[in-house]
Design a protein around this ligand. Structure first.
Ligand SMILES: C[S@@+](CC[C@H](N)C(=O)[O-])C[C@H]1O[C@@H](n2cnc3c(N)ncnc32)[C@H](O)[C@@H]1O
Length: 213
């Protein structure tokens, strides 16, 4: 599978040094922003979908969340299984539907994932998240805004499609019967490796318990 191989290649090449896992401001911002929407961790379950090295979820594990991880890349899944010695469930997935659970999570993170997926798949991913979430559960989706300078500079690479779509369009794919959009906003973030600020776009979607048809 082309995407899986491409992501495997990225993680084989960069190891622990993938840029998104090693930018301190970026990870601080995720944690700070998420903390506004999360409740006390006791008995709370968090799925990090498209987790990469899992550094965001690891923070929440350390403060008491029960975390589960999922990614497309076998390289990442193997690395995480070695790290957690099977104490944290780690799923090798292509879609969230590969996790055969229902009403299982209080929080689902999809950080830096949607802008890598063709929008044709967004509605179906959100529908899968809806099934996976518990009552009052939330999904946090974050990705580079279409105004982000770095994305606009990207020409030819695995990430070429980033210049064609961005998470800005997510609301078009949100089933209003399933989710309330609690946040749809941008933030400027300092990337150590760049001289300019980057622009992040994020959404918080809250599950409507009874699906409104
Ligand atoms: C830019 S990285 C972000 C990783 C992590 N969320 C973070 O913020 O550090 C995107 C991740 O999404 C994963 N991914 C891409 N397509 C996916 C899919 N269809 N299902 C699950 N994960 C996917 C990639 O393997 C990669 O680890």
């Amino acid at each position: 599978m082309e995407e899986r191989n491409a992501w495997n290649q990225v993680y084989l090449e960069y190891g622990e040094n993938v840029p998104w896992a090693t930018e301190p401001e970026l990870n601080r911002w995720y944690i700070q922003t998420l903390s506004k929407y999360l409740t006390a961790p006791k008995n709370k379950t968090l799925l990090d979908y498209g987790c990469g090295l899992g550094q965001v979820a690891e923070h929440f594990r350390q403060i008491g969340y029960q975390i589960e991880l999922a990614d497309l890349s076998e390289v990442v899944v193997k690395k995480l299984n070695e790290k957690y010695q099977n104490k944290v469930p780690v799923y090798l997935v292509k879609t969230p539907n590969d996790i055969s659970k229902e009403n299982a999570y209080d929080v689902i993170l999809a950080i830096g994932v949607f802008h890598h997926l063709n929008p044709d798949n967004w509605a179906s991913f959100l529908n899968d998240f809806y099934k996976l979430l518990k009552k009052d559960g939330i999904v946090f989706v974050a990705g580079w805004d279409k105004a982000d300078k770095e994305i606009r500079n990207v020409q030819k690479s695995l990430f070429t499609h980033l210049s064609r779509w961005s998470v800005n369009d997510l609301p078009k794919y949100v089933n209003q019967g399933q989710f309330e959009i609690m946040a749809d906003d941008t933030a400027e973030i300092k990337y150590n490796s760049l001289s300019f600020l980057r622009t992040m776009h994020y959404f918080v979607l809250k599950k409507k318990y009874e699906e409104v048809k």
